[in-house]
Design a protein around this ligand. Structure first.
Ligand code: C2E
Ligand code: CA
Ligand code: CA
Ligand code: CA
Length: 278
């Protein structure tokens, strides 16, 4: 050991260095983005598999970078999560969604609930209070907003988390458990969560209807959610075959490119106004 530098190790550390630099750059640019109003929300419809109508939307962050164009959250959310910037980003998203809901309401539109994603780091004991304040600021009723959470918030400890969830639900906000099936929490928790909606992760939708294991998993999730009287949304539905399979299973809603990609607020508004159907 000692003197000779391992090529693999050298390569690895250079790569790490590159990664760290990129990370720092994104972090500082992201702070500017918040200040300069470069963030925006896109909206992706959720459609009922029974009526074919739009019954909800998910608000998804986008970053209009002055040089790089539209940056997707896959690039900047992980950085924001690591640095804690996600708190500000997440608060911004909630604020912006409520502002938009108010605007749609004022324009006389019949709006289905809009879901906003919440990071585990936003899920602290002050959250119900912050939510109440935003709703009040924009005069939005809690039934118009849904919160999408993931099992990763269990890092805070189940009792605390369930307490916060109960407070949010008591306020009239609905909770959806996102990316279901990809987390590490057990079914024992699921029973205790006051959630109204379960979202089947795209990872299990991709293989439908051909992959036997994905079919079995989807079937199990739908059966369980039905037992618990939860709505089931399938994410990332791209094909007619997937849709048919999910509909036959008894899945309630679909969200995916088959119906629409996430789109700017004006386009979502148009889709609603035209009464577009599956
Ligand atoms: P997510 O919450 O699981 O959101 C669904 C993602 O799947 C979105 O990616 C959406 O564009 C994509 N998607 C929907 N339908 C299809 C489909 O048919 N095919 C494929 N290939 N993809 C589909 P997006 O917008 O890039 O967001 C990625 C992730 O970033 C989100 O995953 C969410 O975890 C996170 N994110 C986005 N906005 C926010 C936010 O405001 N706050 C927080 N904390 N996280 C956010
Ligand atoms: Ca989500
Ligand atoms: Ca998801
Ligand atoms: Ca996902």
């Amino acid at each position: 050991a000692g003197t000779s530098m391992e090529p693999a190790l050298l390569f690895f550390s250079e790569e790490m260095n590159q990664h760290a630099k990129e990370h720092l750059r994104i972090e500082s640019e992201l702070r500017d983005a918040l200040a300069n109003g470069e963030l925006l929300l896109y909206y992706q419809p959720k459609v009922s598999l029974r009526s074919g109508r739009i019954v909800g939307a998910e608000a998804l962050l986008r970053w209009r970078h002055p040089v790089r164009g539209l940056v997707s959250p896959g690039v900047f959310i992980p950085v924001a999560e690591e640095t804690g910037l996600i708190m500000e980003l997440g608060d911004w998203a909630i604020e912006e969604a409520c502002r938009q809901i108010r605007q749609w309401h004022d324009a006389g539109l019949e709006m289905p609930p809009v879901a906003v994603n919440l990071s585990a780091r936003q899920f602290d004991t002050g959250l119900p209070q912050r939510m109440a304040a935003v709703l009040e600021r924009h005069d939005v009723s809690p039934e118009q907003v849904m919160l999408e959470i993931t099992e990763s918030l269990l890092v805070r400890g189940a009792d605390t988390v369930i307490g916060i969830m109960n407070d949010l639900v008591a306020m009239g906000l609905a909770l959806a458990l996102d990316d279901f099936g990809t987390g590490y929490s057990s079914l024992a928790y699921l029973k205790k969560f006051p959630i109204s909606t379960l979202k089947i992760d795209r990872a299990f939708v991709i293989g439908l209807p051909h992959e036997e294991n994905d079919c079995a998993i989807a079937r199990a999730i739908v059966t369980m959610a039905q037992q618990m009287r939860q709505e089931i949304v399938a994410e990332g539905v791209e094909t007619e075959d997937q849709m048919t399979f999910l509909r036959d299973l008894g899945c309630d809603q679909l969200q995916g490119y088959l119906f629409s990609q996430p789109v700017p607020a004006v386009d979502f508004q148009r889709m609603l106004g035209e009464g577009r159907r599956l």
